[in-house]
Design a protein around this ligand. Structure first.
Ligand SMILES: Cc1ncc(COP(=O)(O)O)c(C=O)c1O
Length: 345
């Protein structure tokens, strides 16, 4: 079996698991009052070059996104995001639940990235101050997008500047942000708060952690709200030290970027191989560890039967995702199976 369904299907990185084992000595104050959680704050401030950033470990990306946004919007707010964004398509309305009824509204753009002109038009078209209409309050950017494409830091700056003119806060869904930072070769700060982001979901589970995610807040007011909101949502875990130990190890010495670089590089090879096969069409740019391809349904069946696991989005549409765990051999074998399926009668 070759695993290409999701980076969520991968295991836990050995370094992260070792950090949990190391944290498992003696006792420590509960609910984040422990030394490892204090250490995590130092690590986050160091990695993001932000002296007052605050970090809130949670247990899922959905919790990270919806709680982060809830702390940035009033209940009558509208959260603007790309129509393909995970928060609007795949989180069961968690943002509206925790946001007290705030709605999500799509703003389109090519390559699953919000187009600045569309954002401006959306904001220009709002009846500001009219209680009959939800009032845009947050711009949410998914980086990388759900189609594996990334904004350049300057493109984020343009969008956040437009949002700021209207007083919106900016949220970044960073479920795979390590893959974006690794692919762009920029600093985490340049992609986030220096580009105008107020609060972000850090990701981690997809890239080697064990149900450990975090909200990183660069904005003090949002952070103050999150103290209460994370607790009320049941995300202030008593043994938080084990999440904090993972997240600190994940961010230390560039581990998160090494893990992400592996998945990106494996996907770059796989995408190049697939793109070179007659009859296979990559339907989106491949910037990180995800690829979307179109090929005949019969060939998809053959590759599936041969043990390559991926998501089928339609009869002829597939999604492939590599992870920190994907090997060069996995990629070579998968590519060979796709090639054989396309060339056999
Ligand atoms: C872009 C993006 N954001 C958020 C999430 C949510 O993460 P979780 O499934 O841990 O709630 C996912 C999960 O696949 C995702 O792909």
């Amino acid at each position: 079996m070759i695993e290409l369904r999701s980076d969520n299907a991968a295991g836990v990185a050995p370094e992260v698991l070792a950090a949990v084992q190391e944290a498992n000595t003696g006792s420590a104050l509960a609910y984040g009052g422990d030394d490892l959680t204090a250490h995590l704050h130092d690590v986050v401030r160091d990695v993001f070059e932000h002296p007052t950033a605050r970090v809130f470990p949670v247990t899922s990306g959905t919790a990270a996104n919806s709680l982060a946004i809830s702390a940035a919007t009033p209940p009558w707010g509208a959260v603007l995001c790309h129509p393909s964004a995970h928060i609007i398509t795949a989180e069961g309305g968690a943002t509206s639940l925790f946001g007290g009824g705030a709605v999500m509204q799509g703003v389109a753009g090519a390559h699953a990235l919000i187009d600045p002109d569309n954002l401006r038009s959306a904001l220009d078209g709002v009846r500001w101050g009219d209680p009959h209409e939800s009032q845009p309050s947050v711009l949410s950017l998914t980086v990388p997008s759900d189609f594996g494409t990334v904004y350049q830091p300057d493109e984020i700056k343009v969008l956040t500047a437009i949002a700021r003119e209207r007083g919106l806060k900016v949220h970044l869904d960073g479920a795979r942000v390590a893959n974006a930072v690794a692919a762009l070769g920029c600093t985490p700060a340049d992609l986030t708060w220096r580009a105008g982001v107020d609060v972000m979901a850090l990701g981690a589970t997809k890239n080697g952690a064990l149900s450990a995610e975090a909200i990183v807040a660069f904005d003090e007011e949002i952070a103050d709200e999150l103290v209460y909101r994370t607790k009320r949502a049941g995300h202030v875990t008593s043994k938080m030290r084990f999440q904090s130990a993972q997240l600190a190890a994940y961010l230390t010495d560039g581990l998160w970027l090494r893990l992400a670089a592996n998945s990106n590089e494996r996907m770059a090879t796989l995408a190049a191989e697939l793109g070179a096969i007659d009859g296979v069409r990559l339907v989106e740019r491949v910037d990180v560890n995800m690829a979307f391809a179109e090929l005949p349904a019969a060939a998809i069946d053959v590759v599936t039967d041969a043990g390559v696991c991926f998501y089928r989005n339609g009869p002829s549409d597939i999604r492939l995702v590599t992870s920190w765990q994907t090997t060069a051999e996995d990629v070579a074998q998968a590519a060979a199976l796709f090639r054989a399926a396309m060339t056999s009668p």
